[in-house]
Ligand binder design. Structure first.
Ligand code: HEM
Length: 353
């Protein structure tokens, strides 16, 4: 009986969240998060000799056209202390694709199930920065992931590490049950850029993601840099994966939680593909391109969720978030894309709905 009730609570909570966020995305024509981004295109090539087990989708040497969207989360200013993202579509299309990977800086997230996502949403609605202090005190795991994920002043999107965070089912040809995480890393596999200097950031006296005093760069500096970089020549990344083979005694946390970092000694990152970006696309195309975890091949899967406190509930909610994206796109079809972000800063500019 409890399992039955838990599933219905999950169902109604998730669709309630989708309705509220979908309405906001329709009204604002902006993404719920990741509002500030740039879209590019190129090719993905699966490595010739993968170290991971044979898989129907990730076949050695296979090639795909692709789209890659880099974004800064929520605030409309590239110079703020924010998480950056890389969304990778295994097709050069606005929506249809055999696989989309949505990745953020940092190995863990700020929320780990539907309950914590709703809590995070309520802190955001209250006005973010000052309220995050209490939120981080109440949830030390969130503080840890926030401090590990935000980046200040990276010189380029191309020198950051992006992680898919939530595990997905990985159905290799040998039939053994496994889970997979992905990451996108720079061509030189070198040091990540933009790691904050926590001696300069006033995070422990009052959390703020605002600009540092004396900031003079354009609000669009990071997107401008990326556009210029791609115009000079192709930008390359490595896409990697990490596998966990299910063992007796594994908990749902071990298998499914986005807050559990898999030990690299036992779960090494393995090269999956090379991603080569050779052109950026227009702002209008960027606003009309949708990424969703619902685009995935039959040889991968999303584990069914049991309740709002189950780690699998995060992907359950994200999957239904496809309707939020459709609401935003529908508004853009009706009214056109919202205006691009201007270079100048005006009071209150950075924190839209
Ligand atoms: C660890 C968990 C999560 C990760 C790694 C993640 C990652 C991302 C990324 C990379 C994007 C940018 C997509 C783009 O470039 O267009 C995005 C957008 C978005 N995400 Fe998440 N996300 C997570 C959890 C969630 C959850 C729980 C929800 C709840 C519904 C959600 C809803 C959305 C929405 C609505 C957008 C904007 C979509 C649009 O309007 O096009 N995400 N997410």
């Amino acid at each position: 009986m409890k399992a039955f009730v838990d599933r219905w609570v999950l169902f109604f909570t998730a669709w309630g969240a989708v309705a509220v966020i979908g309405w906001r995305s329709f009204r604002s024509r902006l993404r719920m998060s990741h509002k500030n981004g740039i879209l590019a295109a190129g090719r993905i090539r699966i490595v010739d000799a993968p170290a991971f087990p044979e898989h129907d989708f990730f076949r050695p040497g296979a090639e795909f056209p692709c789209r890659l969207r880099h974004a800064s989360i929520s605030y409309l200013d590239d110079a703020m202390l924010v998480v950056r993202a890389a969304s990778l579509k295994f097709a050069d299309t606005r929506f249809e694709s055999p696989l989309d990977l949505l990745m953020n800086n940092g190995q863990t997230s700020f929320f780990w199930d539907v309950t914590s996502f709703m809590g995070f949403g309520s802190v955001t609605n209250q006005g973010r920065d000052p309220h995050f202090v209490k939120w981080m005190e109440d949830y030390p795991l969130t503080r840890k992931s926030l401090l590990e994920s935000v980046r200040r002043d990276p010189s380029t999107f191309a020198q950051l590490y992006y992680y898919s965070q939530t595990p997905f089912e990985f159905r290799a040809r040998d039939g053994r049950p496994r889970f997979v995480k992905f990451r996108l890393i720079p061509e030189d596999r070198g040091k990540e850029d933009g790691l904050p200097n926590w001696d300069e950031e006033p995070w422990n006296t009052g959390w703020t993601q605002g600009l540092l005093p004396g900031e003079t760069r354009s609000r669009n500096y990071l997107k401008d840099e990326y556009r210029e970089r791609v115009a000079r020549g192709p930008v390359t990344y490595h896409l990697q994966l990490q596998l966990h083979e299910q063992r007796p005694g594994d908990s749902r946390d071990t298998l499914l939680s986005c807050m559990v970092v898999w030990d690299e000694a036992t779960h090494p990152w393995m090269d999956l593909a090379t991603v080569t970006i050779d052109r950026t696309l227009s702002y209008d195309e960027e606003e009309r391109t949708l990424f969703t975890i619902g685009n995935l091949p039959p040889s991968m899967g999303i584990t069914p969720a049991r309740s709002v406190d189950d780690p699998a509930s995060l992907n359950y909610l994200r999957l239904r978030g496809g309707w939020i994206r459709r609401a935003r796109l529908f508004a853009i079809r009706l009214f056109g894309a919202p205006p691009p972000i201007p270079n100048e800063r005006t009071p209150g500019y950075f924190n839209p709905v």
